[in-house]
Ligand binder design. Sequence first.
Ligand code: ADP
Length: 788
Amino acid sequence: MGHTETSDWNNLLEYTEDGLIIVDRAYTIVAINDYFKSYYNRFFNMDLPVGGIILDYAIKGRDDLKAVYDQVFSGKRFEYNIEMSDSDGESSHFRLVYKPAFDSNQDVSHALVFVIDVSNEVNARIEIERSEKRLKQERNVLRAIIDNIPEYIYVKDTQGRHVVNNLKIYRELLGYDSEEQSLGKTVFDYFGDILAADYQDDDIRIMSTGEPIIDHEEAIVDQYGKKQRLSTTKIPLRDAQDNVYGLVGLSRNVTERYYKNLEDTFRSNLVAALSDHQDITTSLLDVLRAASGLLKADVGEIWLKSRSKPILYKIVDWCTEDRFRPFLSFEHIHFEHGSGLPGNVWREEASITIDNLESSPFFGDKVPIKQSGLTCGVGVSIINEGELVGVITLFSEESELDHRKRIEILERHCPFIGIEILRKQSKDMLEHFISSTPVMITTIGDDGYFKQVNPGIVTLTEYSEEELLSRPFASMIHPDDIESTSEVYAKLLQGVEIKSFINRYITKSGQIKWISWFTSPIPGNDELHFAFGNDITELIESRNQLHDLNENLKERNKELAVMNSELEQFVYIASHDLQEPLRMITSFLSLLEKRIADQLDDKSRQYIHFATDGAARMRSLILDLLKYSRVGREVTLKEFVNLDLLLKEVINLNMALLNEHNVHIAVGKLPNVYGIKSALFQLFQNLIQNAVKYRRAGISPKVTIEGEEHESFWKFTVKDNGIGIEDRYFDKIFIIFQRLHTREEYSGTGIGLAICKKVVDHHKGKIWVESVVGEGSAFYFTIAKDQR
Ligand code: ADP
């Protein structure tokens, strides 16, 4: 068994920087350095003396410690770390290293126990572990963040290969299940050559210039073929040497916002287009422009349903360039239900999109399509309350992938367009009506002013619209009507509706116009009232004229009546009083003739004959005149007259005449009429006598008398088969003294029919003749049932 000198151990103790204790196989402490001592002292509050038995100082148990040393003595080496806390609570890490020491025989002679303060080492390791853990946590958080924020985030290397893709981009946009699958690829792999070329340009620029791009808007097609709008920011990544080694991209999906903006713009365009100060054609042209802009169309048309015919007619069309004109001008001007694109939209009452115009059945003539180069189209229906109002058709050269979304925007606004079209149509109509009617239409305020005036008032008053609105209306009213007008106006202000009020306005040029007014309240407005005025000046003037005329007529009638009665008086007196001298002339002439009969030669006898004959004719003239003037004098003698009996009397009295000429007379059933019997007798007798007098030579005269009842009068006919009367004399023959023949041809005074007319007049009737020369005449007359 070898021996090692204590001094050797001391060298070792000095040499080592760690704590060291040396124990022999008898567990005796043979050497210990200060470090170990102080270590023991510090933590266990014990001194370890050289020569002491180490087992006596065991901390955890003698046997355990002994087992440890025995292991070492058997040649094993081991080490372990311990953590110790001192009385101050400060903890330190130590490594305990147990090493066997061999003698020259290679037997274990001693155990060396090193205590090494590894606090720093351990702390550093813990620190690293900790920061690694933190790093991992942070990475996870970062990953969670980039995977969960609603933006597409990716990192590309200089070759454009994606080295980082967040969940949103690889899943939603690129369509991969994991990030790994999506990495190492470029836009060419993702989107195909055509689209990628566009996207790549930006990357190349950023890599070469090192300049970022901020909020660049780009259209992209996602894995489902849907068009998406991205707002992209790309920032170059630089290494320590400031070289660009890649870029980080951040894209926001602004598709919704984009279409929302598109819709907002379209809506405000529509509102502007349909504003009130534009007529319907201008409005619809603007609507068409807005719709074309929305759908990126090159050609557009609006068709409206006719109100009178079952057709759609074109109201406006529009195109971006003249080269599309042929397509428009080749189009039909109107379409029926089910014909062409508009007519089919009408039938479907839904939008129709056409991807290939040339193969569409709606276009019979393909030439204009070919010429214009248009490829696709859409027809959108404008419907209001289930009724088609019109159709918008739009055509373009290229079909856009987001067409559907844009059409939906248009469709959403079509009900609004429909209502506005109808509203404008009726508004236009109303405005046309208000401005073209001669009726004065105005709103009047409670301050005595017109607030709105239509052209009707301007025309009538001759004042301009400005003049009318800037002066109280009372200033234009006739002074005599101001009081009545203000009374009515006061009533109006109290809420009374004026149904009819007439006043006079004095026009700018000083003319007086009669106006008939009525008012109506304006719903929801207490301060204003509608007033409608009609120019009744002509009516009033003609009424006044008529009134004057009537007055004149009455005056004249009175005068005439006086004159008539004077005249009748005269005729009566004259004819009555003339009879006496006439009788004297006749009787003295015959006395003279008797007295000197033998002294008279033939000539003288003829003269006397002429004289008596003249006197006789004068007598019958006077008698007829007397008869004529008597008619109507006996008005008070009106009674019910049985005409059957009356006619019998007439016939009896004229029996000689009738027999002489072999007259065939036929009398129908006649009524009782209210009238003057003697006058009616005269009437029938004159007509019958004339029928006989103006008979045709060679045929026996035939007279037919008939009566016929009407609602308010009787109508009688006295018809003969005589010589007839030329129709130009139909009126003349009823005038007194008017004859168509000489006395030599037919005797008579020309008073007979005048008497007839007078009789009929007195019975509130009419008399007239119908006749054919050489065939006969029919005299008609009526007698009113009511003789009052
Ligand atoms: P007159 O004394 O001449 O008959 P009237 O007044 O009775 O006068 O008739 C006026 C004229 O009307 C007659 O001269 C005659 O030419 C014509 N006239 C009247 N009655 C008839 C008749 N029944 N047929 C043809 N002519 C008639």
